[in-house]
Design a protein around this ligand. Structure first.
Ligand code: DX5
Ligand code: ZN
Length: 220
C-alpha cells in the first residue's frame, strides 16, 4: 500500500508558510494536512478558507482538509472551491454523516470521515463503503503537540480488519502525536496516511520530512 506523509500546518511558521510547504514537498510529503477548528466542536479556532485559497497551488501536494467543525456540511462546497482535494468530517459533528459524505462527493472531492478517541470504531461500519478515507484521531482533537494515545493502535487494527473483511481498500489516516519514533507502529497497525505537525515543523522541516519518508518507504 502507498504510504503518505501529511504534514499538519497547524505547527508551521506562518511567516514563511509557502517556503515550509515547498520544503515538505521537496522531501517527499504527498499531502498537506489542513486543520480547520471552529471554537465549538473543539475549543480552539485555527484558520479557514482564505488561507487555503492562498496556499493552493503553492506546491503540487494534495490538500487534505480536516474539518473539526460542527455541522461541517455547511462548509463543504466552499472548501472544495478554495482548493480542497480531500475533505474529512467528524462523525460526531454531523447530524447526518452520510449526507455530508454525499455532499463532498458531489463537489468532485474525495471524502473522509473521522472519529475521536472516545468513539467506538464500529460506529464507522455504516460508512465503510461511502468514503475514501477513515481518520482515526490518536489524540483529542483541538491542538497539536499532544501525546499519542496507545489504545489507538488497537483501533486502527480493528478498522483495517473491518475494511479487509469487506474487500474495501480505503485509506486509514491517523492524526496526533506521530513522530519518527512511533510512526512504524502506526503503519504496522494498518494505517497508510500519517499526519504529523510537531514531528515535521519543529526544527529542520526538510530533514524531518526526509527522515519520515525514509521510514515510510520501508513499509511500501
Ligand atoms: C489535532 C490536529 C492535528 C495536529 C497534530 O487536533 O487535528 O492535525 O496538528 O499535531 P501533532 O502531530 O503535533 O500531534
Ligand atoms: Zn488534523
Amino acid at each position: 500500500m502507498k504510504m503518505i506523509l501529511a504534514p499538519s500546518i497547524l505547527s508551521a511558521d506562518f511567516r514563511i508558510l509557502g517556503e515550509q510547504l515547498r520544503e515538505t514537498e521537496r522531501a517527499g510529503a504527498g499531502y498537506i494536512h489542513f486543520d480547520v477548528m471552529d471554537g465549538i466542536f473543539v475549543p480552539s479556532i485555527s484558520f479557514g478558507m482564505p488561507v487555503l485559497s492562498s496556499i493552493r497551488g503553492t506546491t503540487g501536494q494534495t490538500m487534505d482538509v480536516h474539518l473539526m467543525v460542527t455541522e461541517p456540511v455547511r462548509y463543504v462546497e466552499e472548501f472544495a472551491r478554495c482548493g480542497a482535494d480531500i475533505i474529512t468530517v467528524h462523525l460526531e459533528a454531523c447530524e447526518d454523516p452520510g449526507a455530508a459524505l454525499d455532499r463532498i462527493h458531489s463537489c468532485g472531492v474525495r471524502a473522509g470521515i473521522s472519529i475521536k478517541p472516545g468513539t467506538a470504531v464500529e460506529e464507522l461500519i455504516p460508512y465503510l463503503d461511502r468514503a475514501e478515507m477513515f481518520l482515526i484521531m490518536s489524540v483529542e482533537p483541538g491542538r497539536g503537540g499532544q501525546k499519542f494515545i496507545p489504545e489507538s493502535l488497537e483501533r486502527i487494527r480493528k478498522l483495517r480488519n473491518l475494511l479487509d473483511e469487506r474487500g474495501i481498500e480505503a485509506d486509514i489516516e491517523v492524526d496526533g502525536g506521530i513522530y519518527h519514533s512511533n510512526v512504524g507502529e502506526v503503519i504496522d497497525a494498518g494505517a497508510n496516511v500519517l499526519v504529523s505537525g510537531s514531528g515535521v515543523f519543529n526544527g529542520d522541516v526538510e530533514k524531518n520530512t526526509a527522515d519520515f519518508m525514509e521510514i515510510l518507504r520501508r513499509y511500501e
